[in-house]
Design a protein around this ligand. Structure first.
Ligand SMILES: Nc1ncnc2c1ncn2[C@@H]1O[C@H](COP(=O)(O)OP(=O)(O)OP(=O)(O)O)[C@@H](O)[C@H]1O
Ligand SMILES: [Mg+2]
Length: 221
């Protein structure tokens, strides 16, 4: 599949405005994202790699980047650019998803599952639960995932969403699959919204960037 086909970018889930844009195309790419790009062979090991080919220092395997900051600071833009750069350079698969979309699809899929179990909903319901199962498998196995806007879902689906994000992130870290997270939550808030152990795990599994600077959206209006 060629990079010029819109299918390539669409199946990665990337917002159209970010298609093809790499870190090098941005004015001030975050150093931690450049590091993730350069250090990728120490962060991710392809599935069929024998143990003797693992890096001698395994401490960074699965380590991703968390971009935390106020709205409009370019977090999503930068995360997408890192995804594009790494997937192109290392020929690995990547995926972008807004966390609230994932939680919403998951909740919907549960409802449909119940219907299907009762013999309701027909082919359409079966097909949709299968589509969601495929998506979820992808989120758990894709070499690089951007999980956008974590924390915003909280007002609506608190405990449940917190559990989903924790399970997904811990699994990916153990499986040597780095994740890039964007969030409006700050360090302390992260612990308040999720829990202490998730907050402490986050310190281990992510290079954390506190994004400051002007709001690009405010500047453009
Ligand atoms: N380096 C940049 N120079 C100019 N404009 C930028 C830059 N980075 C991002 N923008 C623009 O600023 C707007 C906000 O960027 P983006 O969506 O990445 O911010 P965000 O930090 O993810 O915001 P939110 O927290 O609301 O999700 C977008 O329209 C984007 O195109
Ligand atoms: Mg964003």
């Amino acid at each position: 599949m060629t990079v010029n086909s819109s299918y390539y970018w669409r199946q990665m889930g990337l917002p159209g405005r970010t298609w093809g844009i790499r870190l090098g195309d941005l004015d001030e790419p975050f150093q931690e994202l450049i590091d993730l790009h350069l250090d990728w062979p120490n962060r991710h090991i392809p599935q069929d790699t024998p143990l003797h080919q693992f890096p001698s220092d395994r401490s960074r395997l699965g380590r991703g980047v968390m971009l935390s900051g106020e709205p409009g600071r370019g977090k999503t833009t930068q995360a997408c650019a890192a995804l594009v750069s790494i997937c192109r350079k290392y020929q690995v698969d990547g995926h972008f998803i807004r966390f609230s979309d994932y939680v919403q699809s998951k909740t919907k899929s549960f409802t449909l599952h119940n219907k299907v179990d009762k013999g309701l909903g027909g082919e359409a319901a079966i097909a949709e639960t299968e589509r969601f199962a495929e998506l979820e498998t992808r989120l758990y196995t894709v070499p690089l995932l951007v999980l956008d806007d974590v924390g915003k879902e909280h007002r609506t689906a608190s405990g449940y969403a917190a559990q989903q994000v924790t399970t997904l992130l811990r699994h990916r870290h153990d499986a040597m699959l780095p994740t890039i997270i964007t969030t409006n939550l700050r360090g302390g808030e992260w612990a308040a919204v999720y829990d202490e152990s998730t907050a402490s795990f986050a310190m281990e599994a992510f290079d954390i960037v506190y994004v400051s600077g002007p709001d690009y959206r405010a500047a453009s209006t």
